[in-house]
Design a protein around this ligand. Structure first.
Ligand code: DHB
Ligand code: MG
Length: 251
């Protein structure tokens, strides 16, 4: 993600801090989780997947968010090799994850990684374009065929960030948490000129602009540093009366 104008990823003590903290704080992880994560990292690399999964502390943060809120159903866009799904699956024994991946090879690697980690019975990998699959999930939720989601993790093509957020909000439980990865983009988020020639930054700016006008959720962007350099995520909490709000909007 580095480029000449936004090089902040090439230096800093962030990786050492990630290593130090995880070596202590993850010392008592279940062996099946540690082994599942290590296997996912190794096979994803061997099978040619890009090295863009969340970092270990980011994965654990996602799991802890899900646990904190006692989430029953997670929707994720951008499965990649299943690394973050493995983390989510360890939030609680009965949590279920629906994860969407456009690339068939990535989905096949993810299914194998999820099976090795012993969580494949609770993680549904759907292959397809995120926007199409999410629209279908919204229809299924509205038809009562699928549970609403208590947490959404959006980590796919950045150009569609707003479309994913929009669908996720429409199939959320009251108080659901919506998290969008990689919105800060080494600071380029705040650079309107840069966004004119960078569609990913433009997609992240559009997300922030639209969420700011959206009545369905309150949101914040948290900037982060770490193994994944300087970036950050948008986190939104959906209003408690979302079901009434959506009902009134559709009439
Ligand atoms: C990219 C995508 C990601 O989701 C990420 O976390 C880092 C990089 C990318 O497409 O370059
Ligand atoms: Mg990401």
């Amino acid at each position: 993600m580095s480029n000449e104008k936004y090089p902040w990823g090439t230096f800093g003590p962030w990786e050492s801090v990630d290593s130090f903290t995880t070596s202590h704080l993850d010392a008592r992880l279940k062996p099946s989780l540690s082994e599942g994560l290590a296997h996912a990292v190794k096979t994803s690399e061997e099978k040619g997947l890009p090295d863009i999964a969340v970092s270990r502390p980011q994965g654990k943060f996602l799991m802890l968010q899900a646990r904190l809120q006692r989430v029953k159903n997670v929707v994720e866009v951008g499965t990649l090799g299943g690394y973050s799904s493995i983390w989510f699956a360890h939030a609680s024994p009965d949590i279920r994850i629906t994860t969407i991946e456009v690339n068939e090879h990535h989905a096949a690697v993810a299914r194998e990684n999820l099976k090795f980690a012993g969580v494949d019975d609770r993680v549904e990998v759907i292959v397809g374009s995120g926007v199409d699959v999410m629209a279908k999930l919204v229809d299924e939720v509205n038809a009562g065929k699928r549970d609403r989601f208590g947490l959404a993790f959006i980590d796919a093509d950045k150009e569609n960030n707003w479309n994913y957020f929009n669908h996720a909000a429409n199939m959320s439980t009251p108080g659901a948490c919506l998290i969008v990865d990689n919105v800060v983009r080494q600071g380029s988020l705040a650079d309107a000129e840069f966004a004119k020639t960078n569609s990913r930054t433009a997609g992240s700016r559009l997300l922030v602009e639209n969420v700011g006008k959206d009545d369905r959720a309150d949101a914040v962007v948290m900037q982060t540093v770490g193994e994944k350099s300087y970036d950050g995520f948008l986190m939104a909490v959906v209003r408690d009366d979302i079901l009434d709000y959506l009902k009134n909007k559709s009439v």
